[in-house]
Write a protein that binds this ligand. Structure first.
Ligand code: SF4
Ligand code: SF4
Length: 468
């Protein structure tokens, strides 16, 4: 924190740089590496008067993939989804609330006929519009419509090398389709970004994915740990164990420094990759300017909307517990200002923490990390086992933690099961043991390259995706 000008910088709450050129509507985009210049970065003025800057909006639950880790169990449209007119009214309200950026998601956003009408309204209202997509059918016509609508960025989801990705996405050919779509986007005026879920299958393939993103011209890469929500909750062998973070974090630093930075790809660790300790300044976006993890942004800096109008503080939060109201029935700003579901998270204090987090040195600022992640694992926020500081502290004591599933998810969109955190002794390593990542030799995974199709055997993939 040596630069006084930026000493109060808080972390950006999202993942897209504003770029260095012009957007698809010809407006100048300037990005100089300063998190305060991100659309979603917070300024002194924002901090004096906090309000949602960033909205993730599921405009339909319809999807053309069947991802095995999908938190919303997407596939069919919801029984009621907002009409075009209702969506345009939502856009008007978001602009009035001084929202700066809206990301359209699904399901698959482009399967809604009016997706580009909504996108166009967002950009016409002065907000930045982006889209996150599985891109199985993001054909040339849809990319053209996105350009016409003024989309600034499209983030393509890539969850592993070809076989690994296709197995998780539930559709053979989805990896090739996503790559071709990504190349289409990269060749358009829209900024190409990518996003990846980190789980037991994708983690050893992260170096190869990083190389691939450099090759296809991606500008930004948002990564997050797969959370056991929705279909992900049905597959406990897919998710990482808390002690796997001890291998993940050094691997991410290697990827960032050796592959992404030289290749011009900006890494944006998602909100469940943290917190503090020796990796914060190496991985947090904007850390070189004093930014650090500042606690869950739900309801304060960001909002999530579902296709049937549900308003949540964050799109990922379990709907049953965190819906404050419906956008087609009541003013969004009123729901944000007045409901417990939207206000609680930004008002949370150390007193709301429990377990390991309760006595953590960083608890006052961190407040237990990502609410969504914690709630989906242990059933309530405030005691987050996915934390590198925690894993390192336990390692010093010769201990580690493991998650054991004790309750199944009911099987509805954005649902969760429950896991218990089991503490156990850290196994001894043989002194001459070569470094591994999830049991695979490090030298093997860093040498996989971009033409490999998986780091795993068919049996290992099937085991990780087994429903239990
Ligand atoms: S132990 Fe909990 S409060 Fe402490 S840094 Fe980790 S997640 Fe945050
Ligand atoms: S619940 Fe997690 S992902 Fe959502 S805003 Fe909070 S920290 Fe971010």
């Amino acid at each position: 924190m040596t630069d006084k000008k930026h000493s109060k910088a808080s972390p950006p709450i999202g993942a897209m740089p504003e770029g260095e050129a012009r957007d698809t509507r010809g407006r100048r985009i300037r990005y100089d590496g300063d998190p305060e210049h991100l659309v979603r970065g917070t300024t002194d003025a924002d901090r004096a008067d906090p309000h949602p800057l960033y909205v993730v909006w599921e405009i339909t639950l319809r999807c053309d993939l069947g991802c095995k880790h999908c938190g919303s169990r997407a596939g069919k449209a919801r029984s009621h989804e907002m009409s075009t007119e209702e969506c345009l009214e939502v856009v008007r309200q978001l602009a009035e609330m001084r929202v700066r950026e809206v990301t359209l998601i699904g399901g698959e956003a482009y399967l809604r006929e009016d997706w580009d009408v909504i996108a166009r309204a967002i950009t016409d209202a002065g907000m930045v519009c982006g889209m996150t997509t599985g891109a199985r059918n993001l054909d040339a016509d849809r990319v053209r419509r996105a350009v016409d609508a003024g989309l600034r960025s499209i983030s393509v989801s890539i969850d592993g090398l070809e076989m690994t990705h296709d197995a998780q996405r539930g559709a053979r050919g989805s990896f090739r389709a996503a790559l071709e779509a990504a190349e289409r986007v990269a060749a358009s005026p829209i900024i190409l970004a990518a996003n990846t879920q980190i789980n037991r299958l994708s983690m050893p393939e992260m170096p190869s994915l990083a190389e691939l993103l450099v090759e296809i011209g991606a500008r930004a890469w948002q990564i997050q740990i797969t959370v056991p929500m929705g279909r992900g909750a049905d597959r406990p062998d897919l998710i990482l164990q808390p002690h796997d973070l001890l291998e993940l974090f050094p691997l991410l630093v290697y990827i960032k420094q050796e592959i992404l930075e030289p290749g011009g790809v900006q890494l944006f660790p998602g909100n469940n990759i943290g917190y503090f300790g020796p990796y914060e300044h190496l991985l947090r976006y904007g850390a070189h300017l004093g930014a650090h993890w500042g606690g869950c942004a739900a309801g304060k800096w960001c909002l999530g909307l579902e296709a049937d109008g549900k308003i949540k503080g964050c799109p990922s939060l379990p709907s049953a517990d965190w819906t404050g109201g419906y956008a087609d029935k009541e003013p969004i700003a009123k729901v944000v200002a007045e409901t417990r579901e939207l206000r609680y998270l930004s008002e949370r204090t150390r007193d709301d923490l429990w377990g390991f987090c309760r006595d953590c040195y960083y608890g006052d600022i961190c407040k237990g990390g990502c609410t969504w992640t914690t709630e989906c694992i242990v059933g309530k926020p405030g005691n987050n086992p996915y934390c590198i500081h925690r894993a390192l502290e336990l390692e010093k004591q010769g201990k580690r933690e493991r998650l054991v599933k004790v309750e199944a998810a009911p099987g509805v969109p954005f649902d969760r099961g429950r896991f218990e955190i089991v503490e156990e002794p850290m196994p001894e390593l043989a002194p001459d043991e070569a470094p591994t990542v999830l049991g695979l030799p490090l030298a093997h995974i860093t040498g996989l390259g971009t033409s490999a199709t998986t780091a795993w055997s068919d049996e290992a993939i099937a085991r990780a995706l087994d429903e239990r």
